[in-house]
Design a binder for this molecule. Structure first.
Ligand SMILES: *Cc1c(COP(=O)(O)O)cnc(C)c1O
Length: 404
């Protein structure tokens, strides 16, 4: 008997537990300290009322024999797949079929599980810094090789730093699986349609598949930033897209997401849509009826208005952070099409040194950029998901300290 030893290779990402340890040690030494957390990647605004009303109604249906629902369809109820299609795609001029949309319990799960349908020998390309799920799930699957100086020998890394405008460069060799996340977590930066079109062309030429994480599309404000990779001509033969109700509509606890795989996307003569359908039917039992009715309500007029209000709330926080830090002399990125603000730490400091300074002198908690990858060193992430008044207070403290 042998375990999957790839699991042992995964470096425990101590990032968030290290942060928690440092914060609790500081709290113990300074019990009166009023600590403000701008490090969280979870939303704080409650679910929209129309969503919870739809959920309550769905719960009541379960009390009668006629209304009771057992196992949901593995790929999602038709009512939700078609609502997603109409609102997110048809309304933007993207033509998809309902059966190209797979409803799931999370973009995290789907980004991780999608590797099941690809051979172990594929060459994986990832941005640095990145959302750690892309790397860790491929390590588990045996695609990583060995860790050499903090990087996996079999991955193709694409650094995203101020020098290249936080945009990955096209690989100078043939890669097979390309993870792209725009608007990006952690940098908060985006790709224009022209930029993304280069990746679609590369993938079609090289037979690669782009795994496009669009979890933050609802935060886009600028015109030429694509909401979906399928807005780019040619993407249907080379891309899979992941979306989620988590950051858009406050579903981080309720759990609902969706993944798009066009029938045109084939490799080795086989539709990836069919492989994913096979995978989901075998390993996944669907999202509860109650949750899917709640998700459907997001697309009603009232649902859209309430979702926009929550996003406006976070956007205000993002503007407060970005503006305040710029005035305090920082170089600040992101925050325009994203809930994340990515800032350059003062010269001569590491990301962790800046973390300590913020905690000890300003009682503000953020996330060191180096925790998202080697190229994140020297940067720091703040999020706009917190309380509005506390966000303003945190920015006031940082400004007061650095304007001294
Ligand atoms: C939050 C987040 C998701 C969403 O994950 P869910 O599992 O749907 O909650 C996906 N990708 C990135 C980059 C994220 O930050």
């Amino acid at each position: 008997m042998k375990i999957n030893e790839n699991f042992l290779k995964i470096q425990n990402n101590y990032l968030f537990s290290d942060i928690a340890k440092k914060v609790s040690a500081y709290k113990e030494a300074n019990p009166a300290a009023d600590i403000i957390r701008l490090g969280i990647g979870d939303v704080t605004r409650p679910l929209p009322g129309v969503v919870t009303e739809a959920m309550k109604k769905a719960v009541r249906e379960q009390e009668s024999v006629e209304g009771f629902r057992g196992y949901p369809p593995e790929y999602g109820y038709d009512f939700l797949r078609s609502a997603i299609n109409r609102h997110d795609f048809a309304a933007r001029g993207v033509t998809l079929k309902d059966d190209e949309i797979f409803v799931s319990d999370g973009a995290k799960s789907d980004c991780g599980n999608i590797g099941d349908i690809f051979d172990q020998d594929n060459l994986v390309a990832v941005c640095d810094p990145l959302y750690p799920v892309y790397v860790d799930t491929n390590v588990m699957a045996g695609r990583s090789g060995e860790l050499v100086n903090g990087r996996w020998s079999n991955f193709h890394y694409m650094p995203c730093t101020a020098e290249n405008g936080f945009l990955p460069e096209l690989p100078d060799r043939k890669v097979d699986l390309i993870y792209l996340c725009f608007p990006n977590n952690p940098t908060g930066m985006t790709m224009t349609k022209d930029e993304l079109a280069k990746w679609v062309a590369y993938a079609n030429e090289n037979d690669s598949v782009i795994l496009f994480d669009a979890a933050y599309e609802a935060f886009i404000t600028e015109e030429d930033v694509p909401h979906s990779i399928f807005e780019i001509e040619g993407a249907k033969t080379c891309a899979i897209e992941f979306r989620s109700f988590s950051k858009t509509a406050g579903f981080t606890g309720a759990r609902c997401a969706y993944t798009m795989i066009p029938h045109e996307l084939k490799r080795g003569g086989v539709e990836l849509n069919a492989l994913w359908a096979r995978r989901q039917a075998t390993k996944f039992n669907g999202v509860s009826y109650i949750t899917q009715r709640g998700a459907e309500a997001v697309f009603t007029e009232a649902g859209q208005e309430q979702v926009r209000e929550n996003i406006r709330y976070y956007r205000r926080n993002a503007q407060v952070i970005a503006r305040g830090l710029k005035q305090a002399g920082f170089t600040v990125y992101g925050g325009v099409n994203s809930p994340y603000i990515w800032l350059k730490v003062p010269d001569g400091m590491t990301s962790w040194e800046f973390f300590d300074l913020l905690l000890h002198k300003m009682q503000v908690v953020g996330t060191p950029g180096s925790g998202f990858g080697a190229a994140g060193e020297g940067y720091f992430r703040l999020t706009s998901f917190g309380d509005g008044a506390k966000t303003e207070e945190a920015v006031a403290r940082i400004s007061a300290y650095f304007q001294k």
